[in-house]
Design a binder for this molecule. Structure first.
Ligand code: XIL
Length: 370
């Protein structure tokens, strides 16, 4: 028999379960960011479509989602004659049904090329390049907030003159592949913000110091040549085990703004490898790093977006890396604003604080995109 008491007990239990799972007081990250003139979101994959609680977290916290792997060449093109559009289509459908904006990541990247592409001649690679861009850009034209047209053009560890990342596209066309990609997408889809996305610019390791001027030089050349380029994506996978100067990073981002570009922090997370095992201490150190980075970076009005690479530690790519490199370890990376059970962490508070500081300091909130 259903009594008033059992209904109440059920309601309380449901309420508690909800509270334990979400434990994220208002405002949402998306709303706090919007009040500061920023778009906030996270990368997304099949996990969020399969797990309703994770989907709920995106629904509540994110205004924009980035395709994590679904639009990468090797995922879309496992064989030369087939496109696997299913996963990306499903993400777009879910995002649109929930009123979210979508970033496409990424059309052209020299990393992770499938074996069949590596076997082609330079001529054939050029043909695949053009045909791939045409097919994918046409399919999603008008539905994306932005496209990471080219990802990670520089990788000094490949030891190529000019610091370029090696791979099939670069081997076939040299540095010209970058301009060719942007012009080709622009001819098909001029509504998406065309973005050049790069890693490592947030740190002062030899690597970060090498990449920053290379990217700056490339951007200047592209703009001077009239290439359609709207935004720079700075990945912001922070590695606090290396030296960093976030004030300098902010100035670096501002210089792109001075050339009329928007800047997006496209893959933000905080690597906690160098922090203590103790979870409380580690979460506090991640939050502190996050807050000092974002407070500095967001003082630059050119920065218009912050995107985490996934929302929950459970699905962070850094956990995959950790498991691969330290299979015996029971410690797991905690680089994101929500823990593996989707509860809010101190990093989320740090993000809210940085958004609030930007709002208090200033640039007028931008209108929400349609
Ligand atoms: C990562 C994905 O999240 C992983 O699932 C995949 O195994 C490797 O790539 N910089 C990028 C992203 O531009 O595409 C990478 O994403 C993370 C680093």
């Amino acid at each position: 028999m259903i009594t008033r008491r059992s209904v109440l007990a059920g309601a309380v239990a449901a309420g508690c379960a909800g509270a334990a799972r979400s434990a994220a007081p208002a405002p949402s990250l998306a709303d706090a960011a919007a009040a500061a003139g920023l778009l906030y979101g996270a990368s997304i994959g099949r996990e969020a479509l399969d797990d309703p609680a994770y989907a709920d977290l995106y629904r509540r916290e994110a205004r924009i989602v980035t395709t994590d792997v679904a639009l990468k060449f090797d995922w879309l093109r496992p064989t030369p004659d087939r496109y696997e559009f299913g996963p990306a289509d499903a993400i777009l459908r879910a995002a649109e049904a929930n009123g979210k904006l979508v970033r496409g990541h990424t059309l052209i990247w020299n990393d992770n090329a499938p074996a069949w592409l590596k076997r082609l001649s330079g001529r054939e690679v050029e043909r695949v390049f053009d045909e791939h861009i045409d097919t994918v850009a046409e399919r999603y034209a008008g539905r994306l907030h932005s496209w990471d047209v080219v990802n990670e053009p520089f990788w000094p560890m490949d030891h190529i003159a000019g610091g370029w990342r090696n791979g099939p596209w670069f081997a076939a066309m040299g540095p010209a592949y970058v301009e060719r990609a942007f012009r080709r997408v622009a001819a098909i889809d001029r509504t998406a913000k065309l973005t050049l996305n790069e890693a490592q610019c947030d740190n002062d390791s030899d690597w970060g110091r090498a990449i920053r001027p290379l990217l700056r030089g490339l951007v200047d050349r592209l703009l001077d040549a009239g290439v359609p380029l709207d935004a720079i994506g700075l990945q912001s996978h922070l590695q606090p085990q290396w030296p960093a100067n976030y004030g300098e990073f902010a100035a670096y981002a501002a210089a792109f703004g001075a050339r009329g570009l928007e800047v997006y922090l496209t893959e933000f997370d905080v690597n906690d490898d160098g922090f203590l095992d103790d979870v409380r201490a580690r979460d506090a150190a991640v939050a502190a790093t996050c807050q000092s980075f974002l407070t500095a970076a967001l003082s630059t009005s050119a920065v218009k977006m912050v995107v985490n690479w996934q929302l929950s530690d459970r699905y962070s790519w850094l956990r995959d890396v950790w498991r691969r490199e330290r299979p015996a370890s029971r410690r797991m990376p905690r680089p994101l604003p929500f823990d593996a059970e989707f509860s809010a962490k101190p990093m989320r508070d740090a993000m809210l604080a940085a958004f609030a500081a930007r709002k208090a300091a200033g640039p007028a909130p931008q209108r929400k995109p349609e």
